[in-house]
Design a protein around this ligand. Structure first.
Ligand code: FAD
Length: 367
């Protein structure tokens, strides 16, 4: 998020310093599964994502760097009557907002699309062919080099340790490498966004949740064209990764925390689910696994824009597990809001003020 924003701001001649205490793209972004989709339950997310998908499509033209965006589609596999009902509303809304390529797929067609899929208990699926997967490392690298080309200063190994305030506004940041005077800061600290908020006396409601993925060796039963497949009831998903398969599932019972060791006991549970939904995966050897953090808000929506209590404090955080795919559009729209006082897609549903108002609309299509 920070790299995308540094690029968009620098392109509009804003003097940008990006501070990263570790290395760029090493935290949630570097651990992410690379999924890019538009099939959300909240209209604002669909509109945002339609824009992001166009930006992923044009990424190489825009930055000179490939995004490795492969539009293999996302297949949502539905096994509960309630989810069929919810997705009926989703499909109507998707058509209304112009996501006309998203459609229902019956179990037989789903089995043809995804040869490994067990469709015995499947009631229906939705498929959007313009969804897909991209490379987080490539996208980060593209934004980093483009931001620097436009004059942004991106500093690694520099930690933000404090925020100077006076007169009800931001005056500067303190860092492990000295103080920097600024009247504007963006909190792009991912799973650590709340700690940046505390430095300014603000409660930014973002909690860290461990999420894990495992990758197999070569596995031709899931070909390179296999859609990203999501078993919506359990959150188990898989997509082709190189010549193998990447699988993930959310441990919905795990409390928030910053632990990022792999929990093999939970992965065993994931493999049981993998075998149930896609039986051939039982024979796929695991090559590697890792864990990273989701940065989750109460309504599973990002926090985008100014925090009115403190002038000069803006948020681009709380993406709740869909920040890689949302960062391109979010960065452009935040830049427009800052410099033009309006954005071409309305991002007011993501305003920080919704928490105080209690007007939370939950994004339901969360994996
Ligand atoms: C296993 C897994 C799978 C995922 N799959 C997907 C997916 O398929 N699609 C998708 O869109 N999203 C996915 N996500 C979510 C996605 O990774 C995040 O939403 C996204 O990367 C958030 O980007 P970010 O830039 O906000 O956070 P990060 O990439 O974590 O960047 C925040 C940075 O802030 C730095 N920082 C924190 N505190 C400080 C400080 N005090 N000073 C300086 N620097 C600081 C951190 O070091 C970090 O590098 C997945 C996440 C995980 C863990």
């Amino acid at each position: 998020m920070g790299c995308a924003l540094a690029y968009q701001l620098a392109k509009r001649n804003v003097d940008v310093v990006l501070l990263e205490r570790a290395t760029l793209g090493s935290q949630s972004t570097g651990k992410c599964a690379g999924g890019v989709r538009q099939q959300f339950s909240m209209e604002a997310n669909v509109r945002l994502q339609r824009m992001s998908v166009r930006m992923f499509e044009n990424f190489e033209f825009e930055t000179g760097h490939p995004a490795d965006f492969r539009q293999i589609g996302y297949l949502f596999v539905l096994t509960l009557p309630q989810h069929i009902e919810d997705f009926r509303h989703n499909v109507e809304m998707w058509q209304r907002v112009g996501l006309t390529e998203a459609r229902w797929v019956d179990p037989d067609e789903a089995a043809r699309m995804v040869p490994a899929l067990n469709v015995e208990d499947v009631l229906g699926c939705t498929f959007c062919p313009s969804d897909g997967i991209a490379s987080p490392a490539d996208v980060t690298a593209g934004y980093v080099s483009s931001a620097r080309r436009h004059g942004a200063r991106l500093k690694e190994g520099v930690e933000v340790t404090g925020i100077d305030l006076a007169g009800g506004r931001v005056q500067g940041v303190r860092t492990s490498a000295g103080d920097i005077a600024t009247r504007l800061l963006f909190n792009c600290a991912g799973a650590w966004a709340s700690s940046i908020g505390r430095m300014a006396g603000l409660e930014i409601p973002v909690l860290p949740y461990r999420r894990q993925v495992a990758v197999t060796g070569t596995f031709p039963t899931v070909p390179r064209t296999n859609p990203m497949t999501v078993d919506f009831q359990t959150s188990f998903y898989f997509h082709p990764e190189g010549d193998g398969v990447l699988m993930g599932m959310s441990d919905r019972s795990e409390p928030p925390g910053y632990v990022t060791e792999v929990n093999w006991d939970f992965l065993e549970k994931m493999f049981v689910q993998a075998e149930r939904r896609a039986p051939p995966l039982a024979g796929a050897g695991i090559k590697t696994a890792w864990a990273g953090l989701y940065e989750t808000t109460r309504d599973h929506q990002a926090i985008l824009g100014p925090v009115p209590e403190l002038e000069g404090f803006w948020c681009a955080a709380g993406f709740s597990g869909h920040g890689f795919m949302q960062a391109p559009a979010a960065a452009l729209l935040l830049t427009q809001l800052l410099l033009d006082q309006r954005s071409e897609v309305d991002i007011s549903p993501f305003a920080f003020t919704r928490f105080a108002k209690g007007s939370l609309v939950h994004e339901k299509n969360v994996i």
